[in-house]
Design a protein around this ligand. Structure first.
Ligand SMILES: [Zn+2]
Length: 176
């Protein structure tokens, strides 16, 4: 029995979709705890990425499993464990999810063209049991990206000579 009116359901869904949803907060806190700094919902970037880490040239999208049809077989239109397509108005929801997926792909394609890396985190990957592993792996990916962007060649050589000179000067002074 579906006791919600269409309007109530719309309000519920809108609330779920709104900013500062729980998975986003978990991702933010987890990355902050791991020492990463970010901007939120960058308005000038395609798709207004949930988190933008400039230093890592990376945008992170925290995707709701329902809205972005996580693991849904869009050919067979089969629900997945974390995205149950409602039977009521099924066609409407399938279209909505399909469009969201398409839009997401297009936004990430544009970001990639602008030189941004994109990481997608799924809501279900931030559930208590998986949370820490997921956040650790994002941290790992970010560090990997940073190292790739700042290849060994761009790191200046340590100033060995200067240090040696200072040391020898210091020892000379000690001998005086
Ligand atoms: Zn999921």
């Amino acid at each position: 029995m579906d006791r919600l009116t269409a309007q109530q359901r719309h309000a519920n869904m809108a609330a779920i979709r709104s900013k500062d949803t729980k998975p986003e907060m978990i991702a933010r806190h987890g990355l902050c705890k791991r020492g990463f700094r970010y901007r939120l919902n960058h308005k000038q970037l395609p798709g207004h990425p949930d988190l933008v880490l400039r230093k890592y040239r990376t945008c992170i999208f925290v995707n709701g499993c329902f809205w972005h049809g996580h693991l849904v077989d869009m050919q067979a239109l089969e629900s997945s464990n974390c995205c149950k397509i409602p039977n009521t108005n099924r066609y409407f929801w399938v279209e909505k999810i399909r469009k969201n997926k398409e839009r997401g792909r297009e936004e990430q394609r544009q970001l990639a063209q602008m030189g941004w890396h994109c990481i997608t985190v799924w809501e279900c990957e931030l559930k208590p049991q998986k949370r820490e592993t997921t956040l650790d792996s994002i941290a790992f990916t970010l560090n990997h990206i940073w190292l790739q962007d700042h290849g060994a060649r761009s790191i200046p050589y340590p100033k060995v000579e200067e240090e040696d000179m200072q040391m020898s000067m210091a020892s000379e002074r000690e001998n005086e």
